[in-house]
Every structure is written in C-alpha cells, then in structure tokens.
Design a protein around this ligand. Structure first.
Ligand SMILES: [Zn+2]
Length: 390
C-alpha cells in the first residue's frame, strides 16, 4: 500500500468505539494482560562486562511532545533532521501519554514493561539505567532546559527513575520560551552547549540524560505578542524546526570536538496535535497509538562510517527495553570498535508488542487492530483510524 493510500484510508475510517463480543474474541491466542506483564517481569538486559574504562560518552536526548503523528500533522515527518542518525526506529511505543511516567519508564529501561501502578514502586536494582551505566564506568549527569518543578518531574527522575545526579544549573541562560506555568524554557543549543563547554579532553566518560520541553503544549516564545492567538499547529511546526536546528548544531559541535559520543534520541510521548472521535486534540489520557508512537534514533558521533542514504529504518515494535538493551550492548563493547557492534545490537534488539497503559486501562494491538482493556479486563475494539503497523 502506498503512503498516499494509507493516508487516504486513515482519513476515510470512521472513528468510533466498536463493542466486541468478548466470548467471540477471547481464545487461546488472545492477549492476556496478566500473562503479558508476567512475561515482561522476566525480561532484563544483559549485564555489561566492559574490558576497561569506556572511551566515549552517552547522551540521551529525551524530547517531550514529539510523536510521529504530530510530525505528520506539522508536515515534518520527512524532516532532514533524522537523516543524520544511523538508525531510526519508527515503531517505538512510549507506553504513556505523559512526561513523568515516560521518564520513569525510560530510566528503568534495563527491564521489561511494568504496569502503570508499579512504576511508582521501587524496581529491582538491575532495572535502572543509572546503575547499569555506572557499573560500566560512566558518570551519570542530568540536564534540563526547564526547572523541572512542574508536577513531580525531578522526583520522578531521581527517586522513581533512579537517575541520581541533580540537574546542572542553567538559570543564567536567557529564556527562549515560556512554559504554561510561566517558568522559563531555555533554548536547546545553549543549554546543551553549556554542558559541553564544561567537558575537557580528560573528562571521565559521561552518560548524560537531557530533557527538553521546548515542544510542550502551552509554551510560547518569550518575545511573542498575542501568542495565544497563534495556532497550535503553527507554533508546533516553528518550535520543532528550531529544536531540530538546535540539536543538529549541538551534534555538529560534538563532532568537531572529536569526542566519541553515542546519541540516543527518543520522544517522551506525542503532543496530540490532532484529535479524533475518541480523544480531543491536546488530550492524552487515553494512550492511543497516535500519542505513544514516537521517534527513537541512534547516532554514533565520531564513529564508523555513516550510512550515505540516511539512517537504517527499523519498523519492528519496541519500547524502552530496546534503549536499555542497546545501551547495555554498547556499555559492554564500544560501538566505536567496529560497525558490527551496532549492527548486532539492533539485529537482536528485544521486541515488545504494542501495549500502552495509563493505569485505568490498556491500549493493545492485536492482529492489526487496537483494543482497549479496562481495569476489569473488559475488551473493546478501538477503530482509531490509525494505521496498524504490526
Ligand atoms: Zn512530556
């Protein structure tokens, strides 16, 4: 099916809940929430056993409100930004539509997917990326382009995500945007560059977790007049183009520094720039695939040859466990020692069927169709109009 046909089909589909006769759909092969989460509990990435101190950095760029559907809506799906990466995953499921749970899930990415309620309880020590990377010789660091005060964001990172370092102080930077709670948002390049400038040739190998809310709903440019009159779509497109430019400039700076760096880019969740009959634009309570399907990309800076035609695109279904796995493989054997390290890591990446979770229910992809399972296990078909990928 061509891309245009897919688009046309998604526009034609009527968006509605379709009740399902549970007796007719439940069988030995149907999804079982209990079985899924029991299996996920047993998944843990291999412990890295590096032969020495790593000679590269890891930078995780965690981008709030970056979903494939948003990029589609903003006309940015095929942005050149992604062409600079080595691998691009197009079927990454953020599981949640909200920032806090997404950060916790990412930072616990060494283990399989937990139930929403369980992410607020401690996880086994081996699940935390912080512990895995620290034991492999990396020094963790934290950087935000905001104050982290909204919600319980900093608490989510440190206590629940187990990522210990306090964020670097960036308050001297000029505010580029204003968050909806009137706090400053610093521009991405300046924030990342402030961190990079503190690095020297002899700095120990670092694993940096960076969080940006430059695309978040309700933000506006600090100098914008009558910003509330600007259409969401227009602001989003402007902010996304600026973010991509800033991140590209930062990666260019890293390249010029000569320092070997693994860059992992992942969307936190989509912004729901578009709505449908199930959920209005901007609402993210039901974790629909158009909200939780986000970009995940890997780039080796100052590494082996880059692919001339852009990234290798991977459309297999993955979630945070894939990030934990890739990082564990890299922490074990530097991906800068040969192309086969990243090739094998990607080829063997753990796959996870699509199960999104907001604590009240699950959105599950089964045989090409999406279903909602409520807390009592009641199953309802979702005709989301979203193109089922697998
Ligand atoms: Zn977010």
């Amino acid at each position: 099916m061509t891309r245009m046909m897919k688009l046309a089909l998604s526009l034609i589909l009527v968006l509605a809940f379709v009740p399902v006769n549970a007796g007719a759909t439940e069988g030995e092969n149907s999804f079982s929430p209990n079985a899924f989460f029991a299996a996920e509990k047993g998944r843990i990435v291999p412990t890295p056993h590096p032969s020495g101190t790593p000679d590269f950095d890891i930078i995780i760029l965690h981008v709030c409100s970056l979903g494939w559907d948003d990029l589609d809506a903003a006309g940015l799906r095929d942005t050149p930004f992604f062409r600079q990466f080595d691998y691009l995953f197009t079927n990454f499921n953020s599981v949640t539509g909200h920032s806090g749970p997404s950060v916790i899930r990412l930072l616990r990415g060494a283990c399989g997917q937990q139930r929403h309620g369980d992410i607020y309880n401690p996880a086994p020590e081996g699940c935390y990326l912080h512990n895995m990377l620290t034991s492999a010789g990396f020094i963790p660091a934290t950087l935000l382009n905001h104050n982290g005060k909204y919600g319980t964001f900093l608490d989510d990172i440190s206590r629940l995500g187990g990522w210990k370092p306090a964020p670097m102080n960036v308050v001297e930077l000029p505010a580029e945007e204003i968050f909806f709670d009137n706090s400053p948002i610093y521009d991405d390049f300046s924030t990342l560059d402030l961190w990079a400038h503190q690095r020297t040739a002899t700095s120990p190998p670092t694993a940096l977790y960076y969080n940006t809310i430059s695309l978040h709903d309700g933000t506006h440019d600090a100098d914008a007049e009558k910003w509330w009159k600007i259409k969401r779509e227009n602001h989003y497109a402007t902010a996304a183009v600026r973010l991509f430019k800033d991140l590209t400039r930062f990666m260019d700076t890293l390249e010029r520094s000569g320092r070997k760096t693994v860059v992992i880019l992942a969307g936190e969740h989509g912004m729901a720039l578009r709505g449908d009959a199930l959920e209005a634009a901007g609402d993210r309570e039901i974790p629909l695939p158009r909200i939780t399907r986000v970009p995940f990309a890997i780039r080796l800076i100052n590494g082996q040859k880059r692919l001339p035609g852009g990234p290798m695109v991977v459309d297999a279904p993955v979630t945070h466990l894939a990030i934990g796995y890739i990082l564990s493989r890299f922490a074990d054997t530097s991906p800068f020692t040969g192309d086969e390290v990243i090739e094998q890591a990607v080829a063997t990446v753990p796959l996870t069927p699509f199960v999104a979770d907001n604590g009240e229910g699950l959105v599950v992809l089964e045989e090409g169709h999406y279903f909602l399972y409520d807390k009592n296990g009641k199953k309802t078909a979702l005709e989301t109009g979203d193109e089922p990928i697998h």
